[in-house]
Each structure stands twice: as structure tokens, then as C-alpha cells.
Design a binder for this molecule. Structure first.
Ligand code: ATP
Ligand code: MG
Length: 418
């Protein structure tokens, strides 16, 4: 099933008093467990109200049915889902519908559960069953336990848990592919990060061509190949670039894009995380199903802007849509491409239009189209160009804590000598 969400067109019910919390309490929210509530049963509304006021829980939204909450379930970066039912049996169809959107642990809340429901739950993927009424502290404990167990059950294979960096803009031609290809090249070549570039502009992706690669295999070949996806299988479908990055290009024919479903993409990203330090995702200007699956797993969303009014207008809509999807605002970084263009608009105007600070500036440079036409990333083609320096600095900034630790390690021997 393919879903396309137009900017600011979905309206999952938001919980009272929480709508503006993203901007005001960002630090606290990061530590809270992000929960979405679906379904209904006696006592559930009261429980939701108690959870909304609980300091350990961020109730990101609620919907009466799974279908109504689809956008937030898919894009909400959820740690857990509470699903309420009036049925005395496990609501298998509703649970399967939730699974289409998120891998977050699901706790079933029931007002009239039976021992049969508990037995069914043992054989299912359900993390817990809570029969109401319950003390809110018990529910919070169960939610914490479910999220903890899920983390232990899905450890990053081989100790890796790659960072997913998604490059997006709701406007075509803003420089998404230039940024994604160069950022991925800089991460691989200069930061020595094991990097995968995933082209999610599924119909008209041109990341491979910008890198001068003629791929034999694409994401289409991977998703139609029989058998379970694992890291070895993924490695068989990627193509190595001279910078050291691996690329999984977009399908060669636009009609093949349909086969890259949300579910397949979700699994692909989970597997990629196990074998890469960083997965850079190039995108198209739409919130389609695979994009929602990507957003759900995105650690850093690079939102590309430029100094023009139509792009700003679309970016504002995109920010509204991201809020409706409950995407955490603290993961959004505004990138101002062609930041030095003299076009009668200043950076501070962009910032006040978007209500967010510009995090990275990338200047306009003739070296970019020259490198694009040569099929080489500009960070390798013109290492000294301002645009290359800007993108390298962006790459460095994506791993700030580890970068500080690396510097510390470099300093230690000198310190020991003194
Ligand atoms: N900083 C820059 N300086 C000069 N030219 C640039 C810069 N960024 C992008 N361009 C030019 O703009 C063109 C469009 O960029 P790009 O293909 O990356 O946009 P896009 O957002 O991926 O577009 P689409 O939505 O069609 O996929 C490129 O061919 C490139 O030459
Ligand atoms: Mg592009």
C-alpha cells in the first residue's frame, strides 16, 4: 500500500497541552519515552490524561483508530504504542495494521480482557497487556520495560548502530542530491566513516550519475530478490565509489519505484544500520510512504532551503507536516544552500520565516555544476573550494561527540610526554 502525505494535510489528534512542547522543552523531551495512543476502551481517556501529565512520558498524539493515526505511527519516532480495545480477545487485525507503520513495541490496554487474551498475547509480538483500571505508575513501568526489552532484543549488530541522515526539501532543484552525494563522499573519504548513500528519489534519482557511477544493481533489485534481507545480502547490491562510500541507487525505471514499499524500506534501513556508521538518504520532494518509513528512523533531518520565496513557503508547509507527523524538532537542521547568492533576501529573513536558525550554510559555486557534469563530487574534485569546505564541515559536525573524543585521544600522548 502506498501513502503520500501532502504537506500539512494530515491531522492526527494531538494531545492537549502538548502541541507546542517541542520547541519549549526540547531537552527534557529527549529523555522522555515517546508514546502514541490508539483505539478506545473504558478508562483509556483517563489513563491518557494521566500519561500526558507524567514527567517520564511524552504522549505525542492519539487517534480513535489505527487508520486515523497512520501518519504519526509511521513518522513519529515512537518508543511505544498503547493500543486500547474493548474486545475480550487480542485485536489481531488492529495490531497487524499498527505493524504496517511502526516497529515500536505495542502494549494492549483492555477494559474487559480475558485469560484467553493473555494467552494469545504470549504467542504474539505484543509487549504487554494491561487490564484497566491501573495505577499510572504501573503503566509507565510497563512502557519503560517494553522499550528497554526492545532495545536489548535489537542490539546494533556488530556493535554498530549507524546514524541515518536524511536530506530533504519540499521543493525540487534546491540541491538535495548535490548535498547528499557530497556529504556522503566527505564522510567516507575525510571522516573515515563507513557510509551508505541511499537514493530514495525512487522515480528520478540521479545520485549515481552525479557520482559518475553506472550501477549494475539498484534498490529495486534488492527489494525484489527472494529471501530475508541481512547485511551480507545488502552488501551484494551496493556499488563502491572512489571516495569509499557504498551507494544503493534508485530504480532505473520510474515504474519500478512502486515495489519499494514502506515495509521493505524500513527493514532495509534497520539492516543498513547494522553495517554502516552513517546512511545518507537523498530524497524526492514528497512525503510518500517510503519517506515516512525513513523519517521514522531519521536521526538528523537536513532540511534544505535557498534564498527564494517559493522554497520558503514550501518549507513552512513541510515544517507543519513534520509537526503533524510528530517528527522531533530537535532533529531538524536547516541548511541554507547557495547562501551567498545576491538575490535580495538575507539569512535572517529565512530564519524568521521558518522560525528556526540556519545550522549550515553552503555557498553557491561554479565548481558544483562543473563537478556534476564531470560525474565527480565537488568535495573531491575541488577540495579547496568554499563549497567543499562547507560540506566537509557539515560532515564533521554530524559526529560531534565522537569527534571530541577523537581529539582527546590525539592530545593524550602529547600530554603524557610533558
Ligand atoms: N551550492 C551550489 N552551487 C552551485 N550550484 C548548485 C549548488 N547546489 C546545487 N547546485 C546546482 O543545482 C542543480 C540542482 O541540484 P540538485 O540536483 O542537487 O537538486 P535536487 O534538490 O536534488 O533536485 P531534484 O528535486 O530535482 O532532485 C545541480 O545540477 C547543481 O548544479
Ligand atoms: Mg535530486
Amino acid at each position: 500500500m502506498r501513502r503520500t502525505v501532502r504537506a500539512a494535510s494530515t491531522t492526527p489528534t494531538r494531545c492537549t497541552g502538548r502541541g507546542n512542547a517541542m520547541s519549549t522543552h526540547e531537552t527534557t523531551q529527549r529523555e522522555r519515552v515517546r508514546v502514541f495512543a490508539t483505539g478506545a476502551c473504558e478508562g483509556f481517556e483517563k489513563l491518557r490524561e494521566s500519561l500526558a501529565g507524567h514527567p517520564e512520558i511524552e504522549l505525542v498524539g492519539a487517534s480513535a483508530s489505527v487508520a486515523d493515526g497512520a501518519a504519526a505511527l509511521a513518522g513519529g519516532h515512537l518508543d511505544a504504542v498503547l493500543h486500547a480495545t474493548r474486545s475480550a480477545n487480542l485485536p489481531a487485525d488492529e495490531l497487524a495494521a499498527i505493524r504496517e507503520h511502526t516497529r515500536a513495541p505495542v502494549l494492549v490496554v483492555a477494559s474487559s480482557g480475558s485469560s484467553r487474551m493473555l494467552e494469545e498475547a504470549l504467542d504474539s509480538e505484543v509487549a504487554d497487556v494491561l487490564l484497566l483500571p491501573q495505577l499510572v505508575e504501573n503503566v509507565v513501568f510497563a512502557i519503560r520495560k517494553a522499550t528497554h526489552t526492545t532495545r536489548q532484543a535489537h542490539p546494533a549488530g556488530g556493535g554498530r548502530h549507524g546514524k541515518i541522515v536524511t536530506v530533504f526539501s519540499p521543493k525540487g532543484g534546491t540541491g538535495k542530491t548535490v548535498t547528499a552525494t557530497n556529504l556522503a563522499s566527505a564522510l567516507a573519504k575525510f571522516e573515515q566513516r563507513k557510509t551508505l548513500l541511499l537514493d530514495l528519489d525512487l522515480q528520478f534519482g540521479d545520485a549515481a550519475i552525479m557520482l559518475g557511477i553506472e550501477p549494475e544493481k539498484t534498490i529495486y533489485d534488492l527489494v525484489v530478490a527472494p529471501g530475508e534481507l541481512d547485511t551480507e545480502k545488502l552488501a551484494g547490491y551496493t556499488t563502491k565509489h572512489i571516495s569509499g562510500l557504498d551507494i544503493l541507487p534508485a530504480p532505473l525505471r520510474p515504474e519500478d519505484a512502486e515495489l519499494v514499499t514502506e515495509a521493505k524500506l524500513g527493514r532495509l534501513l534497520e539492516v543498513a544500520r547494522e553495517s554502516y556508521d552513517c546512511i545518507v538518504v537523498d530524497t524526492s520532494p514528497f512525503f510518500h510512504g517510503p519517506m515516512l518509513a525513513t523519517l521514522d528512523r531519521t536521526d538528523e533531518l537536513l532540511l534544505l532551503s535557498s534564498l527564494d520565496v517559493p522554497t520558503l513557503k514550501n518549507l513552512r508547509l513541510a515544517l507543519q507536516t513534520l509537526e503533524l507527523l510528530s517528527f522531533p524538532k530537535q532533529r531538524i537542521r536547516i541548511v541554507l544552500n547557495r547562501s551567498n547568492s545576491k538575490v535580495g533576501m538575507k539569512q535572517n529573513e529565512v530564519e524568521s520565516a521558518l522560525g528556526m536558525k540556519v545550522r549550515f550554510e553552503v555557498p553557491s559555486d561554479r565548481a558544483v555544476p562543473l563537478a556534476v557534469n564531470r560525474g565527480k563530487p565537488v568535495v573531491l574534485d575541488e577540495e579547496g573550494a568554499d563549497v567543499s569546505r562547507a560540506i566537509r564541515s557539515m560532515a564533521k559536525n554530524l559526529f560531534p561527540v565522537e569527534e571530541a573524543a577523537k581529539k582527546q585521544r590525539r592530545l593524550l600522548p602529547a600530554f603524557a610526554r610533558s
